[in-house]
Design a protein around this ligand. Structure first.
Ligand SMILES: Nc1ncnc2c1ncn2[C@@H]1O[C@H](COP(=O)(O)OP(=O)(O)O)[C@@H](O)[C@H]1O
Ligand SMILES: [Mg+2]
Length: 371
């Protein structure tokens, strides 16, 4: 039996567990704490920056993959040299660990992206020129997520504290019409599949809702999104699920915002909507199985993130009204801005499922819905 080791015990590892059971893979999770979202699959609780712990975890594991992108690359190279497959490989993962490295790599590959610059105290004026001046967007290159580590910069004073820490990624502020995500997957042999792009809606830098497939997307942009993902996956030897976050601009272009090389929040709707979920696909890819069909079972899907403590008690009321709504609890303690679960509704009428999904969300998250 192939043994897959997942580093990180968050909800993405949690949702890999049922997919691994169905595929007949053994999944072992390296969790950060006893109360992690993926504790059901945890075989090790510890510190993923500690090489000795990683080496011990890798013993008996055929392939290492990830719930997050924060494992030191040198440690992963060490595991690879010692004979454990690491997918995505460190070369690819490097692009998801540092947004400046990602911008440089995408530029070298000739891919479309916002105007950007790596800013320091010494080159600030030139960097601001590169991104067409203020206001612009500033990003901490390392460690940001869910909008933490992203700021709108109105005046240079807004940057002072971050510049004191090291280089800051500056980007032009893109006046996009909407944000999209292209989910895809690649196997070690190079076999590549893509789902249809989805539309993601952010609130305060955090994904709030996903519509699948992206409503009204032209065939041209659909093909362009897939081409961008194919190039990234092939150029950087990505293995596993690749999510490409994209801006659709007013003049009908796509710009790459950022990358994830693991299942991604924008792909949760596929669990109900697609023949193959992103979790199954990720495991198939890293275990080198033939990839599954990305066809959609239902023409439309909606995913809404739930941030408050989405207890089963509140879900009872939702389930009574709408037996076709699917709720996924991450079993995480609620904290402001932290995703605690999501709900999905699929069907043939996009307006109907969106309205019904919102009604359900208001029941699950009454305080947020009122605010
Ligand atoms: N260059 C930009 N122009 C306009 N909005 C942006 C830009 N970069 C990021 N954003 C907004 O901020 C959100 C979070 O940025 P992102 O780089 O994806 O960081 P995170 O790692 O937190 O997801 C994006 O989804 C988008 O809504
Ligand atoms: Mg993002």
């Amino acid at each position: 039996m192939t043994v897959v080791g997942v580093i990180g015990g968050g909800q993405l590892a949690r949702m890999m567990i049922p997919a691994a059971i169905n595929l007949g893979l053994e999944l072992r999770v390296f969790a950060e704490s006893e109360v992690s979202s993926a504790k059901l699959g945890a075989s090790h609780v510890g510190d993923f920056t500690n090489l000795e712990e990683l080496v011990a975890f890798a013993d008996g594991v055929d392939v290492i993959t990830f719930d997050h992108e924060h494992v030191p690359l040198d440690h992963l190279r060490h595991l690879g040299e010692a004979g454990t497959a690491v997918f995505p490989p460190p070369k690819a993962l490097a692009l998801t660990q540092d947004k400046i490295v990602m911008r440089q790599a995408l530029a070298a590959a000739g891919l479309p992206q916002p105007q950007w610059a790596s800013a320091s105290q010494d080159n600030l004026d030139d960097a601001l020129d590169e991104v067409r001046g203020l206001p612009c967007i500033a990003k901490l290159p390392v460690g940001g997520y869910d909008g933490r580590g992203v700021r709108v910069v109105e005046t240079v004073e807004d940057l002072a504290d971050w510049l004191a820490l090291g280089p800051v990624l500056l980007e032009e502020r893109v006046a996009f019409v909407r944000e999209l995500a292209q989910l895809s997957a690649r196997r070690p042999s190079g076999e590549f599949v893509a789902w249809l792009p989805v539309e993601t809606r952010q609130e305060g830098g955090v994904c709030a809702q996903v519509l699948s497939p992206a409503p009204g997307l032209s065939d041209l942009l659909r093909a362009e999104a897939e081409t961008i993902a194919t190039i990234i996956a092939g150029t950087f030897d990505v293995v596993g699920v690749l999510a490409v976050e994209l801006f659709e601009t007013r003049d009908g272009r796509l710009l790459v915002n950022e990358l994830a090389m693991r299942p991604h929040n924008s792909g949760h709707v596929l669990t109900e909507q697609s023949v193959t979920s992103q979790f199954e696909q990720h495991l198939r890819a890293v275990a080198d199985y033939p990839l599954g069909s990305t066809a959609l079972r239902t023409p439309h899907g909606v995913m809404i993130n739930v941030f408050s403590d989405a207890s089963m008690d509140r879900f009872r009321a939702v389930a009574e009204q709408a037996p076709d709504i699917k709720f996924h609890s991450y079993q995480k303690a609620a904290r402001p801005g932290r995703k605690a679960g999501h709900l999905v509704l699929t069907g043939s009428n996009p307006d109907d499922i969106f309205a019904r999904a919102m009604t359900a969300w208001e029941l699950l998250e009454p305080r947020k819905a009122d605010s």
